[in-house]
Design a protein around this ligand. Structure first.
Ligand SMILES: [Zn+2]
Length: 339
């Protein structure tokens, strides 16, 4: 996997070519434009990566994953039976990052401790299932409660909401929506052809559940020119409904970079009802980085994940390598561009 340590700080880009970003490599490939393509003319023959001016794709998605022993790959294959799309071979894939972090927390049995410390679930809570992209490990398939939620609220339940991570605990239901580069700012019309029908279902589903959990109407939250939080809104709606069916506390977590969506809690909280055991919270990748660094866990997995976070980049902007995370416990606050 490529990171700060084996990447050039700057790369040469011309009208027609891009150089391979790996340190010491003199290969140049044809410059690709618009939509990213995995074609041989964009591939560095020495490093087997497909290059664009800002990022690259690995030959295999496992090249971008930290956890890939037999049981990891079994789980990933099962996930793919229910997951909608996968771009995990792309260096800037938020799914790959999500897998690398949450699978680490899960496998090392610190996910419960993490939830207590970073998300704030109560001390007597415990984890029952970690559901990746709607695949329930305990049910070995699409999580049935999510399926019911989709059927209750969505016009196309088969293509319905797919939270990145759902953690089912004894006392809580936690939905985590992870973002790496792309913002939450998504309005309904960007995604859906018949917004009126979608609105009708969302607002009337669950016996008018919308009005129980939102203080603003559907259009305010989802329309262009409103707050344009379609994804967060539907997770809040469906998640809180599922949690109430299961008699659990509900947490919707927006996981972002520390310099992104800084005000999202205040913005979103203005539109949701505060009564009942429902919490909306923003946490950052940097907080997770800090949590892992401070965790007393020892062993090679921890070292592997810290090295990964330390070296993780967001590819290149204007020929300069961009660091993914603003602060690192080792180096303190630094600029996003390596100097
Ligand atoms: Zn190369």
């Amino acid at each position: 996997m490529l990171g700060k340590e084996n990447l050039k700080k700057t790369i040469k880009i011309t009208e027609k070519t891009v150089e391979c970003p790996v340190k010491g490599c003199n290969e140049e490939v044809e410059r690709q434009k618009n939509h990213f393509k995995k074609e041989s003319k964009f591939k560095c023959p020495k490093h087997s990566i497909y290059i664009s001016p800002s990022t690259w794709e690995y030959e295999e998605e496992t090249d971008n994953l930290l956890w890939k022993d037999e049981c990891d790959l079994d789980l990933l294959n099962n996930i793919k039976n229910v997951k909608r799309e996968s771009r995990m071979a792309h260096d800037n894939s938020e799914d790959a990052l999500t897998w690398n972090i949450f699978r680490f927390l899960e496998k090392n049995k610190i996910i419960c401790d993490f939830l207590k410390e970073v998300i704030g679930i109560s001390d007597d809570d415990s984890v029952k299932d970690v559901i990746y992209w709607s695949y329930s490990q305990s049910q070995r398939g699409l999580w049935s409660c999510l399926k019911e939620g989709r059927e209750e609220f969505e016009t196309k339940p088969d293509k319905g909401s797919e939270p990145d991570i759902i953690i089912l605990c004894n006392k809580s239901l936690i939905i985590i929506e992870a973002k790496l580069g792309a913002p939450n700012k998504i309005c309904l019309s960007q995604k859906i052809k018949k917004p009126e029908k979608v609105e009708r279902n969302y607002v009337s589903g669950g016996d008018g559940w919308w009005d129980k959990v939102f203080s603003s109407d559907f259009k305010t939250l989802t329309k262009k020119g409103g707050i344009e939080k379609y994804e967060l809104s539907r997770f809040w709606l469906i998640g809180s409904w599922i949690a109430s069916q299961l008699n659990l506390n509900f947490y919707l977590i927006n996981l972002t970079l520390s310099n992104k969506e800084e005000n999202i809690e205040n913005i979103f909280k203005e539109h949701i009802k505060k009564d009942g055991p429902k919490i909306f919270k923003r946490i950052t990748w940097e907080q997770i980085f800090e949590y892992v660094s401070n965790n007393k866990l020892s062993g090679s997995d921890k070292k592997k994940v810290i090295d990964y976070l330390e070296n993780k980049t967001l590819g290149y902007k204007n020929e300069n390598l961009k660091k993914a995370f603003l602060c690192s416990p080792k180096t303190g606050l630094k600029s996003k561009i390596y100097d």
